[in-house]
Design a protein around this ligand. Structure first.
Ligand code: AMP
Length: 332
C-alpha cells in the first residue's frame, strides 16, 4: 500500500472543478492507499486571513470533504495546525533551504508579482513547509498538478540534502501520483478554459449555490451561433459545455445532444436547459450534505480529532527520528 499526501487549500467554497479534478481522486485513493489529506491552514497565513475567516474557511472545506465522501475512517483527513511536529520540522528543514533556490521558485515569483506589498518570509519558505508536509509522512506519492511539479522537485531536493548532510538515506523521494484517466480538466462556463475561482463568479458552479443561481449561470453560458452543416467541428465554448455534460449527465442524454449537433439540429436553449437540470441534480444532494456537516459540530470535531491523531502519530515519529539524526539528544 502506497502512502499518499495531499494538501487542501482552505480558500472557501468548492466548485465542480475541485470535485472532478481533486476530490474524486481522493475518494479513489482512500480506498487503495494510505492517505494523508490535510487542510493547509498554516500555509494560508501568508495571506493574513482574520481569525474568523481562517476558522470558517477550515470548517467549510472540512464539511465539504466529508460531504463529498472523504471518510475519516479510511484516511487521515486533518487540519495542518493540529500537528505541531510539522512546524518544528519546518524550522529544521529551513536550515537546508537556500535563498537563491527559494527566490527562483515559480510560485514565489508569482506571489511577488500579485501581492508586492506582502512579500513575507513565509512566502519565500512556502516550498519548505510543503516539503515537510510530505516528508513528515514519508509519502510515496503526491497528487500534483503542473503548477506543483516544481515544489515536488524541491521536496526531493530538501530531503536528499538532509540525507547527504547526515550521511543517511532517511527520507525517500516522493513521486508525482499519476492518476491516469481519473483526473479531468473541468471547463468553465465562460468559454475561457478551466473552471477556476479566479476567472470569476459566472465561470464556476459552486456547491453551495442555490438551484436557481446554477440554472441562470448555465443558461447564460457562452455558446456560438450554432452548426450550419452536419458534422461540423464544435467551437471551444460548445465543446466545453459538452465536456461538462459528460461529467453530470447520463450517456443517453449525451448521445442525444451529440446526435442533434452532428445533424446541425441542436437548439442550445434545450441543450443548456438539460445541462442545468443535470448539474443541479448532481450538485444539490452534495449541497444538502455540506449544510448538514457544517451544522454538525460533533461530526466535524470527531473527524478532525481522528485525523489529528493519525497525523500526529505519523509526524511525531518522524520528528523524533529527525531530532535523533540531527543530534538533539536529551541530557535528562
Ligand atoms: P484550487 O484551490 O482552485 O487551486 O483547486 C484545488 C485543486 O482542485 C487543484 O489542485 C486541482 O486539482 C483541482 N481543480 C481546480 N479547478 C479545476 C478544474 N477546472 N478542473 C480540474 N481540476 C480542478
Amino acid at each position: 500500500m502506497s502512502r499518499v499526501v495531499s494538501g487542501i487549500r482552505p480558500t472557501g467554497k468548492l466548485h465542480l472543478g475541485n470535485y472532478f479534478g481533486a476530490v474524486k481522486s481522493f475518494l479513489k485513493m482512500q480506498e487503495e492507499d494510505d492517505c494523508f489529506f490535510f487542510i493547509a491552514d498554516i500555509h494560508s497565513l501568508t495571506t493574513h486571513p482574520t481569525p474568523e475567516d481562517l476558522h470558517s474557511n477550515v470548517q467549510q472545506v472540512l464539511a465539504e470533504h466529508l460531504a463529498m465522501g472523504v471518510d475519516p475512517q479510511k484516511c487521515a483527513l486533518f487540519v495542518q495546525s493540529d500537528v505541531p511536529a510539522i512546524s518544528e520540522l519546518y524550522t529544521y528543514m529551513n536550515m537546508n533551504a537556500y535563498m537563491g533556490e527559494l527566490q527562483r521558485s515559480a510560485s514565489f515569483k508569482e506571489k511577488i508579482r500579485t501581492q508586492p506589498n506582502n512579500v513575507n518570509a513565509g512566502l519565500l519558505t512556502y516550498p519548505v513547509l510543503m516539503a515537510v508536509d510530505i516528508l513528515a509522512h514519508h509519502a510515496d506519492f503526491v497528487p500534483v498538478g503542473k503548477d506543483q511539479q516544481q515544489h515536488l522537485e524541491m521536496t526531493r531536493q530538501f530531503g536528499n540534502r538532509f540525507n547527504n548532510l547526515y550521511s543517511n538515506d532517511y527520507f525517500k523521494e516522493p513521486q508525482a501520483y499519476s492518476s491516469t484517466g481519473n483526473l479531468v480538466k473541468v471547463p468553465g462556463l465562460t468559454g475561457q478554459g478551466k473552471m477556476s475561482k479566479s476567472s470569476g463568479d459566472a465561470d464556476t458552479i459552486v456547491f453551495d449555490e442555490e438551484d436557481k443561481v446554477i440554472q441562470k449561470k448555465v443558461m447564460r453560458a457562452k455558446t456560438d451561433t450554432g452548426p450550419t452543416k452536419p458534422n461540423q467541428d464544435k467551437s471551444e465554448e460548445v465543446k466545453n459545455l459538452f465536456d461538462l455534460m459528460a461529467l453530470v449527465s447520463d450517456q443517453s442524454t449525451i448521445n442525444h445532444f451529440d446526435e442533434l449537433y452532428s445533424k446541425a439540429e441542436i437548439r442550445y436553449g434545450d441543450f443548456k436547459k438539460q445541462l442545468a437540470e443535470d448539474v443541479i441534480a448532481f450538485v444539490s444532494p452534495i449541497r444538502e450534505k455540506i449544510n448538514h456537516f457544517k451544522n454538525d459540530k460533533k461530526a466535524l470535531s470527531d473527524a478532525a480529532q481522528i485525523g489529528a491523531e493519525k497525523a500526529n502519530a505519523s509526524a511525531n515519529k518522524t520528528l523524533e527520528e529527525v531530532r535523533e539524526i540531527i543530534g538533539f539528544r536529551k541530557f535528562y
